[in-house]
Design a binder for this molecule. Structure first.
Ligand code: GLY
Length: 282
């Protein structure tokens, strides 16, 4: 089996005509997917999605980790989750503050009984496990918060899906949320609607968390692939169902058969993939 990896960096709004930002995102995604693919050559899918989402969290262009959006009370709360397609274990943090890589806290939770923690409980767990204070705020996000920019730029999340040489699948997803939301609003990214994998398929979502949860999107697509749909048809049928409420979402996915696919309901999710060569959104 040829290893494959696909990543996303949320949405690039059509109303954002800044070509420099678009080119910077393309370059960053190509660089990160290339590093992720090299890592996947001698690591498992699970290790590789964590490595790759950590790189995305460290890139201030994307709304996760450094550069996360600010909630309406002026604080940054981040969410991230991880799912191993082999063991079907899911772990995540919801609304965690003041850490550098929320996805790495999610990794630590894989090996304890209580696998999803929120708020102060997640932060206490992180500190007990050696995660030091880190302020993920950037001047750009503070400026956007102060100007209360329109909804269209708030749709960001990052994610990675990988299939390794042994045919194992894994997914990781991380977000700074919508921006300006009610404090402690729960994102889809650390739920099975936004991040799901088994031994048939793995899916990471971006878009409006409420729509993704209503559509049970990642879990539904993976279930359809498990029941015999092709990845493309599973995604297509699930996005048809999102139309019932004009759901706004984007997904990336890989199936155990090696199908790799991305799709969005509205323009434009930004993504990159590696399958013998690099591809990137245009
Ligand atoms: N998909 C990210 C969020 O809605 O929080």
């Amino acid at each position: 089996m040829n290893p494959k990896i696909i990543i996303h960096g949320g949405f690039f709004s059509e109303s954002n005509t800044n070509q420099e930002v678009k080119i910077a995102k393309q370059k960053a995604l190509v660089d990160i997917v290339t590093k992720g693919a090299a890592y996947l050559n001698n690591h498992t899918a699970l290790e590789s999605v964590v490595y790759t989402v950590s790189l995305l969290e460290d890139c201030a262009l994307f709304n996760a980790g450094l550069g996360s959006q600010i909630q309406s009370d002026g604080k940054i709360r981040m969410s991230a989750s991880l799912m191993d397609g082999v063991t079907e274990k899911f772990s995540g943090v919801i609304n965690i503050k003041d850490v550098k890589n929320p996805i790495q806290v999610a990794v630590k939770l894989m090996s304890v009984d209580d696998k999803v923690l929120s708020g102060s409980g997640a932060l206490d767990f992180a500190r007990q496990n050696g995660f030091h204070y880190y302020n993920p705020e950037t001047p750009q996000r503070r400026g956007e918060y102060e100007k209360k920019l329109n909804d269209s730029i708030r749709l960001g999340t990052v994610g990675a899906v990988a299939l390794d040489r042994d045919g194992k699948l894994a997914v990781a997803t991380s977000t700074g949320g919508k921006g300006f939301e009610i404090p402690c609003r729960v994102s889809d990214s650390a739920t099975v609607a936004g991040n799901y994998a088994n031994n048939s398929a793995a899916i990471s979502c971006t878009g409006v968390g409420e729509d993704i949860v209503s559509g049970a999107l990642a879990a539904k697509i993976v279930t359809r692939v498990t029941d015999g749909f092709s990845l493309e048809n599973a995604i297509g049928k699930s996005f048809e169902e999102l139309k019932h409420f004009d759901g706004f979402a984007g997904v990336i996915g890989i199936s155990a058969k090696g199908e790799m696919f991305h799709f969005d309901s509205h323009p434009h999710m930004v993504w990159a993939s590696f399958d013998e060569e690099v591809s990137v959104f245009v």
